[in-house]
Design a binder for this molecule. Sequence first.
Ligand SMILES: Nc1ncnc2c1ncn2[C@@H]1O[C@H](COP(=O)(O)OP(=O)(O)OP(=O)(O)O)[C@@H](O)[C@H]1O
Length: 270
Amino acid sequence: MSLLDVTGLRVRSADGRELVSDVSFSIDAGTRLGLIGESGSGKSLTTLAIMGLLPAGMTVSGSIVLDVPGLPRTQIVGAAEGALNGLRGRAVTVVFQEPLTALDPLMRVGRQVAEPLGRRRGLRGSALRAAVLAALEEVRLTEPDRIARAYPHEISGGQRQRVAMAMALACEPALLIADEPTTALDVTVQAEVLALLDSLVSARGMALLFISHDLAVVSTVTDRVLVLKDGHAVEEGIVQDIVNAPRDPYTRSLVASARELDSALDRITR
Ligand SMILES: Nc1ncnc2c1ncn2[C@@H]1O[C@H](COP(=O)(O)OP(=O)(O)OP(=O)(O)O)[C@@H](O)[C@H]1O
């Protein structure tokens, strides 16, 4: 049994349009899967369905089973809010593209990191303060004291994404979903945050579902990938195989455009 088993997932809008069509995949404990596709292909809705957070009015069918050691095996589709609340954080946590969505603009960063740490580890007072600084250091934030005292708007976008990662990791999830976590960052910061994510996921033995529209980015952090187009899964496999021999026409076009960018860079640097 996998950690996450998604079978025949369908999501429909309130007006009956099918936005995600019969998508199936699974993730074993400690393994990684990339979900790739252009804008509107259904990546975010798939993520939200796994978290049980689809917008009101949408309907979901199929099966999403989370089976995390030490927690009740749960069918997410149709689960009661209470059961989902018990799973969010500890079983599965998301880091979103825009870290401001995870952060309260009116609360100092340190207090926000303290909240999941206190809840998960039962820490208070000076032990909690020390754990907050350690969590900020773990995501390689220099000057953790200053960052802890800052409000979200007083730190950079890259620093905010590291804070969001620290908050996600504080829950010690079995599965981390990273939904385009570096898309809003500039390219050099993007590479650093990806490397950090990669090493933290390995160090903690977490499973990772990594969402991106960028094949090059996906291939740096995952070895297996599922390609989505217009809500349908068109191809799944090892990244290396998909890059070398894409079977589906859409995957071929993704690979061709990634290569195009690469060779444009080569031409300039030659
Ligand atoms: N709240 C909503 N109501 C109606 N349709 C929606 C809603 N949210 C998303 N959609 C539609 O569902 C489809 C899939 O959207 P989704 O956000 O999952 O795509 P995505 O692959 O994550 O795209 P992006 O990379 O731009 O985030 C799109 O056609 C989108 O317009």
